[in-house]
Design a protein around this ligand. Structure first.
Ligand SMILES: *[C@@H]1O[C@H](CO)[C@@H](O)[C@H](O)[C@H]1NC(C)=O
Ligand SMILES: *[C@@H]1O[C@H](CO)[C@@H](O)[C@H](O)[C@H]1NC(C)=O
Ligand SMILES: *[C@@H]1O[C@H](CO)[C@@H](O)[C@H](O)[C@H]1NC(C)=O
Ligand SMILES: *[C@@H]1O[C@H](CO)[C@@H](O)[C@H](O)[C@H]1NC(C)=O
Ligand SMILES: *[C@@H]1O[C@H](CO)[C@@H](O)[C@H](O)[C@H]1NC(C)=O
Ligand SMILES: *[C@@H]1O[C@H](CO)[C@@H](O)[C@H](O)[C@H]1NC(C)=O
Ligand SMILES: *[C@@H]1O[C@H](CO)[C@@H](O)[C@H](O)[C@H]1NC(C)=O
Length: 639
């Protein structure tokens, strides 16, 4: 028995938050960079097959098909003088002295591209998808230093809303950080320095409204207090918001600044416990069209680098901004509440406006604190850190909306998560890349059903609906709990819900709120699948290990012998439940079946018939088991 000392005993039931399924994705479509791109910006227009990737001194225009990727590379070198100046400085690492593309955005028909240009940012226009030209033409544009940071390690956000470009630059070194409107026909505006304390931006989103004038933009960022004591948390997560109709103040107050900027503190952690995640790294918002409703997902980290996701109701945040007291101001307001979205009236400008503008200038922070839905972070696997998130709203068979989160990880994997009011259920984990490295960026196309995932080495495209992978039974389809997929009763297949599916036809079934396949009917449950046993010839004096591939990590696995009078636990496992020699395991002759139990139903996964023989062991194993079962060949000679 000395052989088992090194083998960890394996619990037959997996952790409840582990991904239910694990897939390894091979083959195209993927694009491999010829040199590592450690900072990538993405631009993708919904409904297209084209992805623009901004890298180091290069713009990649990638055209995806199901069979491969065509690429066009547009060089965008930095100015020689800028590069020389940068190299002479002590401050940024030398590798940042190049033109890293930080902004690729399409404003109406104008493609705006900006890059760090070795410390002195520059912008261009991308013409005919091929040529970079100097900025010109209609619309006004802010200085390039307001659109792009000087170095790629300084994060920045750009967002298009209603024909205007909004830019947020994080603070670094001598730069204080800013939120601006930088391009378009509306007035160009900026934030006041006192509103933002060393901000590090994590995202931005348009918050729609049934009333056009009430539309807002939310910015997500962390503030960093440099003078915080060692025992104090220096980070604070924030939501800042401005109105899209904002046209700035009056000559005396906030002339070229936002008049509607407000910010709130965002908490992520369990209740008011010490375990708080104060540094927001990235954020995405899911909203319904034209409705002030939806969810904000924020990716947060704590000082030890552990990452979690917190979800917030957009209604809650809106409510706080519309009703909360302003920090440091306790009197009542004169006339309209300041900061509300109202189109500027040129005949106005009376006493109340001046007073309200002053209020906005000096009291932008609201007192209410934004807390997560369900009070705590989502319950997700914690063995890999999350580096990037994307999200989608899925219209399901019964005409309801469900949220699906895509979480890119430090090890180049993508988790697909169903988020319901009850729980976060990890549908699957995809291992995508040849060279595992952190997921740096993602772009989602709900219309076409694609997810683009980028690391420093590669960009890949995944289908959002991937129903064929779940298997060919109703149970497997339903237990996947993938809102994109449903069981077609007539065609007997797990299929993607077709657009415009008519619920009254009753052809498709789904069950998303719990793992419950009773919708498949009793017949399906009783019809137990039998596998035909693979023969294994066991030489005397040898011990054999029987591998059972683990498919669902939410199932429990056992081995049964012959007519299942007794069953045996797995000895050890990676992605296999292995039966091996142990006290009480008569691994000599007979039929051994690996059984997986999930949602109350037992399914046979694989079976082996052991036959005693003095024949040559190695040869017989390989020929009967095939390459996927090499584990079985890990036979050890006893004595
Ligand atoms: C873009 O394409 C049009 C039509 O093919 C051409 O006339 C124009 O010169 C091109 N512009 C540039 C900058 O190459
Ligand atoms: C883009 O189009 C919108 C709507 O047609 C218009 O209001 C806006 O001014 C345009 N922006 C630019 C920069 O031309
Ligand atoms: C930063 O922390 C110090 C020390 O606790 C505190 O006195 C100061 O008010 C904080 N600054 C801000 C802007 O909160
Ligand atoms: C602007 O304000 C004046 C006076 O307060 C009012 O009569 C007028 O209707 C307002 N115009 C708009 C477009 O709201
Ligand atoms: C759905 O199908 C039913 C009957 O099969 C039909 O009466 C109804 O109009 C259809 N609904 C839509 C939205 O097509
Ligand atoms: C599964 O769903 C059926 C019908 O919706 C219900 O009767 C049953 O109690 C559910 N089982 C579990 C374990 O929730
Ligand atoms: C098998 O074991 C027996 C005694 O237990 C020994 O005599 C024999 O040599 C062993 N055979 C092999 C192939 O090791």
């Amino acid at each position: 028995m000395k052989y088992f000392i090194l083998l960890p005993l394996f619990a037959a039931v997996f952790a409840s938050k582990s991904p239910r399924l694990k897939f390894v994705v091979h083959g195209p479509p993927r694009f491999h960079f010829s040199k590592p791109e450690n900072y990538i910006s993405l631009y993708h227009q919904e409904g297209s097959d084209r992805l623009y990737v901004g890298g180091q001194a290069m713009i990649y225009v990638l055209s995806f098909t199901d069979r491969g990727v065509r690429d066009l590379q547009i060089p965008a070198a930095s100015d020689e003088t800028a590069k020389a100046t940068c190299m002479a400085k002590a401050a940024p690492p030398k590798m940042e002295c190049d033109n890293f593309i930080t902004v690729i955005q399409k404003v109406n028909d104008t493609f705006v591209v900006c890059g760090t240009n070795a410390g002195s940012p520059r912008c261009w226009m991308l013409v005919n998808d091929t040529v970079l030209t100097d900025v010109q033409g209609n619309g006004q544009i802010a200085a390039a230093t307001d659109l792009s940071p000087p170095y790629p390690s300084q994060t920045s956000i750009s967002l298009i809303a209603d024909g205007s470009l909004y830019s947020a630059l994080s603070s670094v070194g001598g730069h204080s950080g800013s939120i601006r409107r930088t391009f378009g026909t509306q007035k160009l505006l900026k934030s006041e320095n006192i509103w933002l304390l060393n901000p590090q931006f994590a995202g931005a989103a348009v918050i729609p409204s049934a009333v056009k004038d009430k539309e807002e933009i939310y910015f997500f960022f962390s503030e960093f207090n440099k003078t915080a004591r060692v025992d104090e948390e220096p980070y604070r997560a924030r939501i800042g918001r401005v109105c899209m109709v904002d046209e700035g103040g009056i000559k005396a107050v906030l002339a070229d600044s936002w008049t509607t900027f407000m910010k709130a503190r965002v908490m992520c952690g369990a209740g008011s416990s010490q375990q708080q995640y104060n540094n927001i790294k990235q954020a995405v918002v899911l909203t319904a069209q034209d409705k002030r409703a939806g969810v904000l997902y924020g990716l947060f980290s704590n000082p030890w680098g552990r990452t979690v996701i917190c979800a917030y109701s957009i209604e809650d945040i809106d409510q706080a901004f519309s009703t909360s007291k302003l920090r440091g101001y306790s009197s009542s307001f004169m006339g309209n509440r300041p900061g509300m979205c109202i189109r500027k009236n040129s005949t106005a400008g009376g006493h109340n406006d001046v007073k309200n503008l002053g209020l906005m200038r000096y009291h932008p922070e609201i007192e209410d604190v934004i807390r997560p839905m369900g009070v705590a972070p989502l319950d997700l696997p914690s063995d890999d850190q999350i580096t990037h998130t994307a999200a989608d709203i899925v219209l399901t068979v019964n005409d309801e909306h469900y949220s699906v989160l895509y979480l890119g990880t430090e090890q180049g994997k993508v988790l697909k998560v169903l988020h319901t009011s009850e729980e976060a259920f990890v549908i699957s984990q995809y291992s995508l890349f040849h060279n595992e490295g952190p997921v740096l960026n993602m772009a989602i196309d709900s219309q076409k059903g694609h997810l683009y995932v980028g690391t420093a080495m590669e960009v890949q495209r995944l289908p959002l609906a991937d129903c064929g992978r779940y298997g060919d039974t109703c149970r497997e389809c339903i237990l996947s709990r993938d809102p994109y997929c449903a069981w077609d009763k007539f065609r007997r297949r797990c299929i993607t819900i077709p657009p415009g599916y008519n619920i009254t036809s009753g052809a498709l079934i789904q069950h998303l709120d719990q793992s419950n396949s009773s919708v498949c009917g009793q017949a399906a449950a009783l019809k137990q699948r039998k596998t035909s046993p693979r023969e294994v010839v066991v030489a005397r004096n040898t011990s054999v290990f029987l591998p059972c591939p683990v498919r669902s990590f939410r199932a429990s696995y056992r081995w049964e012998k012959d007519n299942c009078i007794k069953n045996y636990p797995c000895l050890f496992s990676g992605d296999f439940c292995v039966l091996g020699p142990a006290v009480d395991v008569p691994l000599r002759e007979g039929v051994f079946r690996c059984m997986a139990t999930e949602d109350g139903f037992k399914v046979e996964v694989i079976s082996f018939r052991l036959v005693n023989d003095g024949g040559l062991l190695a040869a017989s194993l390989v020929s009967t088991l095939g390459p996927s079962l090499l584990l079985a060949a890990a036979t050890l000679w006893l004595h």
